[in-house]
Design a protein. Structure first.
Length: 286
């Protein structure tokens, strides 16, 4: 009799566990088009398992975006984060014209999309816990996005490219026309094929027009009080990124972490180490 009762209890417990497991929402991927200034940006969200609401990362790609860091998106989702990836206007098939200014606007549009109550509910995310993570030019976009939006909870830069500072360096040794020509050639060398409505020179002229106001250090004060992760590599961007980290600290923000990995701009042979650094930092924000 005891054996029968024990078997019945085990069976009942197993059945209850199965029902409970079936009730837990699974991880999914949702695709969408995000409105931004009259265009629809192609995007997707890696939705974490569980009912949530989950904190969410907006993962921002660089110039032109060959390295998308979607392995990081998968890792962040396993750690309980929703992750939004999208292509700026004029980039990788999203309609419109690409420019740095448009990209800054597009980040704001992506944030607004996640904060819309219907979207937040559908994607099981917490619109009050949005973090920006950007690689290369994506770091530039992340700094500008957070500086304009005090509700962003934190920023992680992975080899952040301070495009405006680079132009200012060229301008210090050349006239405006020469700096535009040199910067335009450097941008064109990165590959313009995935980008529509722009040239290297048009993007360089945009940097010239905005001047020092677009540099990282100009945004240091606006970053004060929020966690910042600065990851650098051996790609030559570390001095500028470290200077930004120091500027944020001097502005009164003690929540600045830095990590250096001995690898190239794409972190080609340090992907696991990069993921571990980002996940360790994100864990401090939950």
């Amino acid at each position: 009799m005891r054996r029968v009762l024990l078997a019945a209890c085990v069976a009942l417990g197993t059945a209850c566990m199965a029902v409970h497991a079936a009730d837990v929402p699974k991880a999914t991927m949702e695709s969408m088009q995000i409105p931004s200034h009259g265009k629809l940006m192609n995007g997707m969200v890696y939705v974490a398992a569980g009912a949530g609401p989950h904190p969410v990362v907006i993962l921002l790609h660089g110039f032109p975006g060959n390295e998308r860091n979607l392995d990081l998106a998968q890792d962040m989702r396993r750690a309980g984060w929703d992750v939004l990836y999208f292509n700026y206007r004029g980039a990788w098939g999203t309609p419109g014209d690409f420019s740095f200014g448009n990209g800054i606007e597009d980040v704001a549009s992506a944030i607004a999309y996640l904060r819309a109550p219907a979207n937040a509910a559908r994607l099981r995310l917490d619109p009050a816990r949005i973090v920006l993570v950007g690689h290369s030019m994506g770091g530039f976009m992340a700094v500008h996005g957070a500086a304009a939006d005090p509700a962003i909870k934190g920023v992680a830069m992975i080899s952040g490219a301070d495009l405006a500072d680079r132009f200012q360096q060229l301008r210090s040794t050349s006239d405006a026309a020469g700096a535009v020509k040199t910067m335009g050639a450097l941008l064109a060398k990165e590959g313009m094929a995935p980008l529509a409505g722009c040239t290297g020179d048009s993007l360089a002229r945009e940097l010239s027009q905005h001047g020092p106001a677009w540099t990282f250090t100009a945004k240091a004060g606006a970053m004060r009080g929020r966690p910042l992760l600065v990851v650098t590599s051996d790609d030559g961007l570390a001095p500028t990124d470290d200077a930004f980290a120091d500027a944020v600290r001097k502005a009164g923000d003690p929540h600045v972490a830095t990590v250096h990995l001995p690898t190239d701009h794409a972190y080609s042979d340090q992907r696991m180490e990069l993921s571990q650094a980002v996940l360790k930092w994100l864990a401090t924000l939950q």
